[in-house]
Write a protein that binds this ligand. Sequence first.
Ligand SMILES: *Cc1c(COP(=O)(O)O)cnc(C)c1O
Length: 362
Amino acid sequence: MTRPSLPGLEEVLPYLERIWTSRTVTNNGPLVIELERQLAEYLEVPYISLFNNGTIALVAALQALDVQGEVITTPYSFVASTHALWWHRAEPVFVDIDPFTNNLDPQKIQDAITSRTTAILPVHVYGQPCDVYQIEQLSKTYDLKIIYDAAHAFGVKQRGTSILTHGDLSILSFHATKVFNTIEGGAIVSSSKELKEKIDRLRNFGFVDETTVVLPGINGKMNEIQASIGLLNLKSIDEEIQRRKEIYQLYQTLLQGVVGLRIMPLMEDVEYNYSYLPIFIEEDEFGASRDDLYYRLKNYEIYCRRYFYPLISTFAPYSSLPSSKRGNLKNAYKVAQQVICLPIYPELSNQMIEYICKCISE
Ligand SMILES: *Cc1c(COP(=O)(O)O)cnc(C)c1O
């Protein structure tokens, strides 16, 4: 579980006064423009377009690249990743994950490519980077567009470079439960001025000027109140991520010896944001199932999340797709049965973490 970080009310009020005085409350106002500038700098990305939420950003990204036909994606994600394909009338093709990174397995992506495949929609699950180098190779070999769902990967870097600079576009979510939030919000990271201009038009119904519409746009605009929360939260983001790192390390230490329990491995060359704390339960060794543990913790009023269970491919709109067959998604099925995300948020005390770990290992 994560909890929304909210700035102090006394910090928010001056922004609200400014918004009320200016009478500019939305439509690419000054605070949205300022937040775009600050985020591009903080994230070390060339261009960013803010959106009202991450799901609309995903749909707009598919529209911006005119994606058609089949799109390869992961069943092990939040359901919005696949819903975006559906709203765009692209055909989701599910591919199995690598059980260590929990992300799409590049070899299996390659095996699933057909003449109708036009794009790949991978997800950096829990902020763990996908194999961006192999995916880039596939995109070159087969001429495929790549849109990363980077909803979990705010601020994540690999080899000193932002993970958001890979692929054609990356999507962020700033929902209240994410590491960085604007209550509801999202963004598309792009690599050229032309692409950013197109995306900015798409989020505003496709208008170029008062009387000209050039694209089938949508209402994806972030408003000024959302942007002000973002500007305030950005001030403390480094401390928040630092505290999350300490929490992550404390959990690691305390859970180290527990038989049948493993924590997601971290890679040497990655700077993480510690947004989630997934653990995986091997039922036979642990002596209880994941669900046993989930409900036991609930009884102690420790609220965890089974992210991501059930798999997207099992939900009604997608369960009859050929790629949704269980045999095609063995690793994803296994991981979805094993995972629990433990509470992690900056206000969580060390004492509470010790208590949670005691309840897990008893
Ligand atoms: C949160 C999330 C989204 C959706 O973002 P919203 O801002 O809630 O619309 C999409 N994909 C993933 C992986 C997410 O976790």
